[in-house]
Design a protein around this ligand. Structure first.
Ligand SMILES: NC(=O)C1=CN([C@@H]2O[C@H](COP(=O)(O)OP(=O)(O)OC[C@H]3O[C@@H](n4cnc5c(N)ncnc54)[C@H](O)[C@@H]3O)[C@@H](O)[C@H]2O)C=CC1
Ligand SMILES: O=C1[C@@H](O)[C@H](O)[C@@H](O)[C@H](O)[C@H]1O
Length: 339
């Protein structure tokens, strides 16, 4: 570790999330500094590096990871670029926080898991930040105390005001629904065994080539049924809601009613416009927890196994989108390294 024991982090990918994580590491969280930034867009990386003392810009992830003063890596490039960056980080034996998805399909996720298994110790945390959101944490702890009884159903709504240009049906599963895949596995403590994707009439606001919204159903090995409404061009804001239905009661999060105003014969509040607003605190807690654990020499949080299991479920979801019907999820046996 460098400079008075702070963790020197190389941030790979300096687009929307990467730039936000740089801001967070530099000015919000403690115990780390941004030692390097990497982007295939050289000007973008340089602009960010120039604003931070002691930070160097690179276009090649491998060069950044080999640099003096780099102790850890935060990957925020697009999903298809994650595998190469993860394998390089494992070669250098560097701890990693990798934005979701770990990779966009099960075979590439398995290659990453095999490389970590060869190393013989956990190095990777996957950026499933909902596990750090206070509402999700409360729901998890309520389910854990058994007060409501066994969970039978989980209803999810995931709405974005607008999807990025070029967002495809596969992105809708791999980039958006992947959060509900992880939240389901984590909240219920069950694996997802089958996925069915159904499509209502598409919104006239959906871009050419994308059916939006879609309706996704998971079956789990504990017998629960889970549904996800995914609507990435809903137009009015960003909403992530979940309601669990148990034997003796229900619990709901994500209503967003932090403040309700009454005025001119109406009542109401505001709706977050995107994930950086809705999950700001969760990202802060996630990154701080990663920095703290890394400085202690530990790896905590969602593992490579969680990333692989999510990738396998998403792959089944994409197959259901293209082939129709219910697609079973096949997982390899869980290695002992992942408990
Ligand atoms: N946890 C969350 O809620 C969210 C996570 N994400 C994830 O963060 C990652 C980045 O997403 P965004 O920032 O929205 O994308 P973006 O498109 O805004 O930024 C990606 C950046 O990576 C750069 N890049 C592309 N290939 C690269 C490579 N091989 N090496 C280095 N840089 C490369 C691009 O030039 C661009 O600057 C994705 O994995 C995405 O799924 C994105 C949004 C929210
Ligand atoms: O991860 C994210 C984006 O990549 C994705 O595109 C959005 O749908 C999610 O809400 C956001 O959390």
């Amino acid at each position: 570790m460098t400079q008075r024991g702070t963790l020197g982090v190389a941030v790979i990918g300096t687009g929307k999330m990467g730039a936000d994580h740089v801001r967070r590491l530099h000015g919000v969280t403690g115990g780390a500094r941004v030692a390097a930034v990497v982007d295939i867009d050289e000007a973008r990386a340089e602009k960010i590096a120039n604003a931070i003392e002691g930070c160097t810009a690179y276009t090649d992830p491998s060069a950044a990871m080999a640099a003096d003063g780099v102790d850890a890596v935060l990957i925020a490039s697009p999903g298809p670029a994650h595998e190469a960056a993860l394998l390089t980080a494992l070669e250098y034996d560097l701890p990693v926080l990798c934005e979701k998805p770990l990779t966009p399909d099960a075979a590439s996720a398995l290659r990453v898991m095999d490389a970590e298994l060869k190393l013989g110790r956990r190095r990777i945390q996957v950026g499933f930040m909902r596990r750090y959101d206070t509402e999700y944490v409360k729901l998890k702890s309520l389910l854990g105390n058994g007060y409501l009884g066994r969970p039978l159903m989980l209803h999810n709504r995931h709405r974005n005001a607008a999807a990025p240009t070029g967002f495809t049906s596969a992105n809708l599963i791999n980039d958006s629904v992947v959060h509900e895949v992880d939240a389901t596995r984590w909240l219920l403590g069950q694996e997802i065994t089958a996925v069915t994707v159904l499509r209502p009439t598409s919104s006239e606001n959906a871009p050419e080539g994308l059916d939006d919204p879609q309706f996704v159903i998971f079956e789990t090995d504990g017998g629960a049924l889970v549904d996800v409404e995914i609507f990435v061009n809903c137009g009015f804001g960003y909403q992530v809601q979940a309601e669990v239905v148990c034997e003796r009661g229900t619990a709901r999060i994500g209503e967003g009613h932090a403040m309700v105003t009454n005025m001119a014969g109406r009542w109401g509040g505001t709706i977050a416009q995107d994930f950086t607003e809705r999950f700001e605190d969760a990202y802060d807690r996630e990154v701080q927890a990663w920095v703290d654990a890394t400085r202690r020499g530990e790896v905590t949080g969602p593992s490579t196994w969680d990333g692989y299991a999510a990738a396998a479920v998403c792959e089944a979801g994409v197959r259901s989108q293209t082939e129709g019907g219910r697609v079973a999820v096949q997982l390899v046996e869980r290695p002992a390294l992942y408990g």
